[in-house]
Design a protein around this ligand. Structure first.
Ligand code: PBG
Length: 320
């Protein structure tokens, strides 16, 4: 006698009764790129279907997000003015601050998460202040505090720091709390690898480093135990949600964090992961919808509660 596991696969009714993981539009966060200026609606060549919008053109996009019941957006700003410290990040009238106010006012049902970093705002493209060709951690933290307070004052619902600076969660929590924003949660890019999968994003956000790379602050893709160290530090510093980034090549890390930590786990299905599926589908080599849903499902099955993805709209259309 042998086991017959095929009994529970005989038709869709029984398969759906025993299904362990279900993807939902409620799992998604949609990243949007907002550029300073007017009448901008620029396709990002390496991310087909994703555009950079200005504040006057973003309405169409927001209406669509709302109609599809996507619960949250992750905002990235592309300013006109860059300098060597990224001072536009804490300008209360900067592009992100104005975007937050617009969305809060016209789309109150959308949850606004801001990506907190400097690389789109610095002339050198690194994630903070540079000293002697490397990121000056503590000088960058001082500016980070100013940036998050400015986002919070504009109305951000959640802060997501992506710079991989030491002490960033303590710094942000303290800055938010001392300004009365103790109800704003922090979603930490706690485990962010120095990944080649960010390539298309750097075109999108205009944030390619002008020298060197990010390996002195982002993690070595070879390391798994270190992910637990990073996550431990960030939860001790009161991070509310831990993120793993990228997602697809790091499903083992998502599972490790899910097993070892009680906070919700997020993952970032990054630009290169999106671009690969789009490119293969364009060539007719894969079924885009099915490969998309299967990869998103794998992230949820690995343990992610929140999936940040450029596929949010496309997947929502199939799941709603
Ligand atoms: C940094 C940041 C990056 C991404 C999100 N926030 C790029 C980087 O670290 O170089 C990548 C997102 C993606 O590839 O989709 N602010």
């Amino acid at each position: 006698m042998f086991s017959r596991t095929r009994r529970l696969r005989r038709n869709e009714n029984i398969r759906s009764l025993v299904r362990e993981t279900e993807l939902s539009v409620k799992d998604f966060v949609y990243p949007i790129f907002i550029e300073e200026g007017e009448n901008i609606e620029t396709e990002i060549v390496s991310m087909p279907g994703i555009k950079r919008f200005s504040l006057d053109t973003i309405v169409k996009e927001l209406n669509e997000i709302k109609a599809l019941n996507i619960p949250a957006v992750l905002l990235f700003g592309i300013p006109n003015k860059k300098d060597d410290i990224g001072s536009e990040t804490w300008n209360d009238n900067g592009i992100i601050q104005r975007a937050i106010k617009l969305i809060k006012q016209d789309y109150p049902e959308l949850y606004i998460i801001t990506d907190v970093c400097f690389c789109e705002y610095t002339s050198h493209g690194h994630c903070g202040v540079i000293d002697d060709h490397d990121l000056d951690n503590d000088a960058s933290l001082k500016n980070l505090a100013k940036q998050v307070v400015s986002h919070a004052k504009a109305g951000a619902d959640m802060i997501a720091p992506s710079g991989m600076l030491d002490g960033m969660i303590t710094t942000i929590r303290t800055a938010l709390d001392t300004n009365g924003f103790y109800n704003i949660p922090i979603m930490s890019y706690a485990v962010k690898y120095a990944s080649a999968f960010y390539g298309p994003f750097r075109d999108a956000a205009d944030s390619t480093p002008s020298f060197g790379d990010r390996r002195t602050y982002q993690m070595d893709p070879a390391n798994r135990i270190e992910a637990l160290t990073e996550a431990t530090i960030d939860t001790n510093e009161q991070a509310d949600i831990l993120m793993v980034k990228p997602a697809l090549s790091y499903l083992d890390i998502i599972r490790d964090l899910k097993t070892n930590f009680n906070t919700p786990i997020a993952c970032y299905n990054v630009s290169g992961e999106y671009a690969m599926i789009k490119a293969a589908a364009e060539k007719g080599w894969i079924d885009e919808d099915r490969v998309m849903l299967e990869s998103l499902l794998s992230m949820k099955r690995a343990g992610a509660n929140i999936i940040i993805t450029y596929f949010a709209k496309a997947a929502a259309k199939l799941l709603n």
